[in-house]
Design a protein around this ligand. Structure first.
Ligand code: PEP
Ligand code: MN
Length: 262
């Protein structure tokens, strides 16, 4: 994955949506897929406004085992319907090897969450599929560990990897995590992979998200993955950091001039 001045990887998500080329990749959607109505509203509001892919978790890595764990297979069906009816690629988190098979024909990109960045058996299994992988940085992973996690996937045969900086643990919890924009710059220099930023899990508070998103693009990120919801305060998980759909669309408009200047 070492950087090569003559080669920057472009990862195709569908024949018409890619990341790492000229266009930013903007992924939006709720933390958790709740029901078809919610995801239909999300798709109807976002797809016409330059959001090229939708996100939504169906297997959720919750801190407490008593919190909602995700809608599982029923949620995958919802994503499959949305992707087909709205002609938009969808991304969801895979937590275990046995979930991979059921995702292959229903989603376009599989996300490895922070808590699984060093789940090496999962990474090896994802190396054997022909779908792109969105690999999020571990909660306290060094860049060396992050890049080596990506190497696990590539070395097992899958070159379609997108790195995602989502903030790392530090001493202050006013922000949920510390967004490491230095890591974005460094990863672009030391690897040839596309790098996107998740300002939502870094910020933890919706009022911080737009500024962090803009800063990420100014730092050279290839795209963003942002949590948003039709009724943010009613989000089943991560409500405090969810943008409204209107705020999401407004944010995307503000990114264009920044991207053009980078
Ligand atoms: C998520 O994207 O909803 C998520 C759980 O992210 P992370 O793994 O970065 O905490
Ligand atoms: Mn979340």
């Amino acid at each position: 994955l070492k950087a090569n001045p003559h080669h920057q990887s472009v990862v195709s998500i569908t024949p018409t949506v890619a990341v790492g080329a000229d266009d930013l990749l903007i992924v939006g959607g709720p933390c958790t897929v709740e029901n078809l109505g919610q995801m239909t509203t999300v798709a109807q509001c976002l797809v016409p406004h330059g959001i090229q892919a939708l996100r939504g978790g169906v297997y959720k890595p919750r801190t407490s085992p008593y919190s909602f764990q995700g809608s599982g297979d029923a949620g995958l069906d919802i994503l499959a319907q949305i992707r087909c009816h709205h002609r938009v690629p969808v991304v969801t988190e895979v937590m275990a090897i046995h979930q991979i098979e059921s995702m292959l024909d229903r989603v376009d990109m599989l996300q490895v969450g922070s808590r699984n960045m060093q789940n090496f058996d999962l990474l090896k299994a994802l190396g054997e599929i022909e779908k792109p992988v969105l690999l999020k940085r571990g909660l306290a992973a060094t860049l060396e560990e992050f890049v080596m996690a990506a190497e696990y996937i590539v070395s097992h045969g899958n070159p379609g990897i997108v790195l995602c900086e989502r903030g790392i643990r530090s001493f202050d919890n006013y922000t949920r995590n510390v967004l490491d924009l230095g890591a974005v710059v460094a990863l672009k220099q030391i690897t040839h992979l596309p790098v996107i930023v998740d300002p939502s899990h870094a910020a933890g508070k919706r009022e911080l998200v737009p500024a962090l998103a803009k800063a990420a693009i100014a730092a050279g990120a290839d795209g963003l993955i942002v949590e948003c919801h039709p009724v943010p305060d009613q989000s089943i998980s991560d409500a405090r950091q969810a943008l409204s759909l209107d705020d999401m669309v407004a944010l995307v408009e503000q990114l264009r001039p920044i991207a053009a200047a980078v």
